[in-house]
Design a protein around this ligand. Structure first.
Ligand SMILES: [Zn+2]
Length: 279
């Protein structure tokens, strides 16, 4: 109620700036002057959830406080809900974390360098065949990270992502892959690192920051998630981007997430295969 409407708000019934009191038997609040009712859960994902708000908020807190991610199994243990419910809650929280994160362009004149690099996430599939997803990442040092799942690492695939997510004129550090050959022509100040010759750091030209992000994600992948299909990978990446991008303001992680959930759903709520709403 407080996150969505504040301590006081203009009553739809009487037009006054009113304080709302919790109604006794309903999940609503009533205007102090005219008794007009407000249902704070209406239109949010909580409206049709049978899980208590207490559990939802605690789950969100765990996602914000975690470093290596939160598995459904962990939520199940901590909240005492079924695995299915825990899995749906985790999925929705990740989706919201990914949506909140506005991908504003990185770098540019007067700003820190941007590092771009790709990573192979995954392991073997059931028959032992390599089953890796290629993820392309761009990070401004001391700033935000943006990740995109890509089908290959060719220039025609990667360069458009840089054009979409990095400001022209930015200093961009990559490895020496030919995929990045035309970045100078596209208006970036491009520097490369030759990893094969063990020259990892050449002045400001290095890709240590983005590699740090990949390490964090890969560590969670191995330790927390075990197996992750490509279909679900964007929301897991979104979870990690969310925490990364707010790492200097950790006290904002939970309030920002709560605020996102308090708004009427941004898009169609997630439906499970059997057509039921989440949790
Ligand atoms: Zn009123």
């Amino acid at each position: 109620m407080r996150v969505r409407y504040g301590e006081r708000h203009k009553c739809q019934g009487c037009g006054k700036s009113a304080h709302y009191y919790r109604a006794k038997k309903r999940q609503s609040y009533a205007c102090e002057y005219c008794g007009h009712q407000v249902y704070p859960k209406a239109g949010t994902p909580f409206e049709r959830s049978r899980t208590s708000l207490h559990s939802w908020f605690f789950a969100m807190f765990l996602f914000c406080a975690s470093r290596n991610g939160v598995s459904a199994k962990e939520l199940q243990r901590q909240l005492g809900v079924t695995y299915k419910t825990a899995w749906r809650m985790a999925r929705l929280i990740r989706e919201y974390m990914a949506q909140v994160d506005d991908d504003t362009p990185l770098g540019g004149p007067g700003r820190k360098p941007v590092e771009a690099d790709e990573a192979y996430i995954g392991g073997k599939d059931k028959v032992g065949k390599d089953d890796k997803t290629i993820v392309f990442g761009m990070v401004e040092r001391g700033g935000d990270v943006v990740t995109k799942i890509v089908k290959d690492k060719r220039a025609t695939t990667l360069i458009p992502h840089i054009l979409d997510n990095v400001n022209k004129g930015a200093r961009v550090a990559t490895d020496e892959s030919t995929s990045f050959g035309d970045l100078t022509k596209e208006g970036f100040h491009h520097g490369t690192v030759n990893h094969s010759r063990k020259k990892y750091v050449r002045g400001e030209v290095h890709t240590n920051t983005i590699e740090g992000f990949w390490n964090l994600f890969k560590c969670a992948y191995r330790g927390t998630y075990i197996h992750l299909s490509e279909k679900h990978m964007p929301s897991y990446l979104g979870e990690f981007e969310y925490r990364w991008n707010l790492r200097y303001d950790p006290h904002l992680m939970l309030p920002v997430l709560l605020l996102a959930f308090s708004k009427p759903t941004l898009r169609q709520p997630s439906l499970s295969k059997d057509g039921q709403n989440v949790a």
